[in-house]
Design a protein around this ligand. Sequence first.
Ligand SMILES: [Fe+2]
Ligand SMILES: [Fe+2]
Length: 479
Amino acid sequence: MDDKDLELFFANGILVDASVKNVEIKDIDGLLKMLKERNITFLGRQELYDLNRAEDESLSDTMVEVIKNYDGATSPSKPAEWVAYFNDRFERLRTMLVEKDRANIVSLSTAKGMPPGSEVKTIAMISKISVSPVKKYMVLDIEDSVSSGRALSSVINQDLLPDQVVIIKGRKSGDAIFINDIILPDITIKDTMPSDIPDSYALFLSDVHIGSKLFAKEPMELFIRWINGDVEEYAEIAKKVRFLVINGDLVDGVGVYPGQEKELTIKDLGAQYEALYKILDRIPKNIKLIIAQGNHDATHIAEPQPRLDPAFASKMYELQNATFLSNPYQVNLSIGAIKRSLLGYHGFSLTYYANSIAKYNKMEPDDIAAIMKIQLKSRHLAPTHGSTQIMPLPRDYLVIDETPDIYATGHIHKALASKYKETVLINSSCWQYQTSYQKKYGIEPEIAKVPIVNLRDKSFQILDFLGEKVQIYKKGIKG
Ligand SMILES: [Fe+2]
Ligand SMILES: [Fe+2]
């Protein structure tokens, strides 16, 4: 803009920041009109970028449609509620299995009454898995809502887990069923949507841990500058971002573990959320924010966790472009007629499976993808009772009712972008340098890696904000 333009802004009561004085403005009358309509009296780089995005018609049809969200009603955990909770889980998973393979299914009590040698097919929850010491058979204790029994196999299937609901096909052998095949509910293949839309991106963050002394401030600053079009590398992607997802551990919290106060720079929970607000308020307003909870956030730890509590985080609710959701949740990210469904889960049960299944201990990208696959195959985010803390509600919110286009997690502070069938798997690293706890256990967090998914064709990539420049991060990409 030249001196004449500057005078025009000044005459209209608009201050112009030095950072935009060199920017060429084609339609100054149109811009002045828009600034007046929006009561904007200061024109800086962020305002100009926001206005340009607001003008871009192709970005105006972005919506978040909520499919699954726990609204926060609590329930005391009495035994009767555990029964209702497990019955709900069993019935919903049983319905999925019946839809998958309905021919000749009998109840477990009918199967038990059938003579030895009969072919049987029944649906049951695995209550216990053991290996018989004599002949090395895998022994499954199984049950449904009215009966219990036993199934045996000479093959030890390491992907089976207690409390999974499965179809068991086999032959009666004494009282037990000798297994021929086990079918898990599994996800379906999604219909491919028409992809004749322009590139548009969803970005995935989690584990920001604001308030921690180890918060990765500089990488976050680079990320905020990048998303505001102020960084050269991959700027063409930044322009086309429509959704920014943050899957929990928004703040480091207070009193989450003994001695935490020594590791905090912000010791007040409300102040931690205010600090996060200040960062998120700098994100262009026509990017939709999807914000959910993690185990460090201001809520109970048992899942489902309700959305962020306005009593602790009132400032966050001033973000007009944000949708606040429970953990877990499912939404449609919609762009006009195109919808991509997103299942979001902070990921508490991932550590349980990494610790309890030896081959996944290292938490390499392949291991994380394998655990996420088990969850999708089980159609449950924490199939084994005890893999996370559960609030026993009459409805099990951890059942995966609908096959998602994207399943995104966090919690383990590692980066992953992969695919299982047609579903993209994401884990979104963290923004906290290695803690003393992680050092003690040899855990190397991956910091400031941001998985991105192109909603047009579900292709994915990871951008790295840890260094001076934005770079592609290949390590977390699988498949
Ligand atoms: Fe975390
Ligand atoms: Fe976490």
